[in-house]
Design a protein around this ligand. Structure first.
Ligand code: NAP
Length: 260
């Protein structure tokens, strides 16, 4: 965290979900270093408190918000309360997420395998993003950010639990952006490639992998311009978009999923 950066921040207050680990942890540190009062959301209290202490020790402002986004109704109520208590959230980053799920002996399309990631990565993100939205619109000011993935661009093998809710999140963000045009509320979809966090499994190649701090620095710098989307890293994102645009049979062949 670069402690002495204190120019006018683009936002006064920000909720970052999934701040107890990985990308959310790094984003929260980066925002706090830029002078934003960050609200750190996740389920695990100990790492959140440690991060809040770390930020305060460097002169920043941070508070812990215990939150299980997969309990969507409770999540909405908690975020609305926070919005009132803090005098208005200016930035909401829906980052909390569960990685691709697998269960020994169960197919990847079984509901019990899909459920956690669907409730967290789609419903949880949607609840987080829309909870304070009416209040933001009434104030004519705000910024919604969803941490989606390059995996939202097209289907991948055994990854319905991850690709589907991330594609849904990206679509939700696109729809919100259309509906909020002229409202003063910006909407940014972040499509991330590989970032070295506990979520990444070591089982496959991870081209152009970024460190969480590098990712956070680049994303926060670009977010200040309120873009519609951030694809990061761009070369991998371009490759993923081109691949997703190929005919379904060609993609299935390339992914080894066509029986000859
Ligand atoms: N790492 C990558 O390569 C990559 C690539 C593309 C997109 N992403 C996305 O980036 C986001 C962050 O992932 P990460 O890589 O930083 O993984 P991570 O280190 O495992 O962090 C996941 C975070 O989400 C929180 N979380 C999970 N379920 C939650 C729930 N029900 N309620 C509240 N918080 C919850 C976890 O906190 P608690 O356990 O304390 O609740 C943790 O802070 C995810 O949405 C992920 O899909 C990651």
């Amino acid at each position: 965290m670069a402690s002495a950066r204190r120019e006018r921040p683009a936002w006064r207050t920000a909720l970052v979900t999934g701040a107890s680990s990985g990308i959310g942890h790094a984003l929260a540190r980066e925002l706090a270093a830029a002078g934003v009062h960050v609200f750190l959301g996740a389920r695990r209290e100990v790492p959140l408190r440690a991060l809040a202490d770390h930020i305060r020790a460097r002169g920043g402002a941070a508070d812990v918000v215990l939150l299980d986004v997969s309990q969507a109704d409770a999540c909405v109520a908690r975020v609305r309360q926070l919005d009132q208590d803090c005098g208005g959230l200016e930035l909401v980053v829906a980052n909390a997420g569960a990685g691709p799920r697998r269960r020994e002996g169960a197919p990847s399309y079984q509901w019990e395998v899909l459920a956690e990631a669907f409730h967290t990565n789609f419903c949880g993100a949607a609840a987080t993003l829309t909870a304070a939205l009416p209040a933001m619109v009434a104030r004519g000011r705000g910024h919604l950010v969803g941490i989606s993935s390059l995996a939202s661009f097209g289907a991948l093998p055994d990854a319905a639990s991850y690709c589907a809710p991330k594609a849904g999140l990206s679509m939700l963000l696109d729809c919100l952006r259309l509906d909020l045009a002229g409202s003063g509320v910006a909407v940014t979809a972040v499509h991330a490639g590989f970032v070295r966090t506990p979520m990444l499994e070591d089982t496959h190649a991870q081209p152009q992998r970024l460190e969480p701090d590098v990712f956070a620095t680049r994303v926060v710098a670009r977010l200040a311009r309120r873009p519609a989307r951030i694809d990061i890293p761009q070369p991998l994102a371009l490759g993923a978009r081109l691949f997703a645009g190929l005919p379904a049979r060609v993609r299935a062949l390339a992914l080894g999923r066509v029986k000859r």
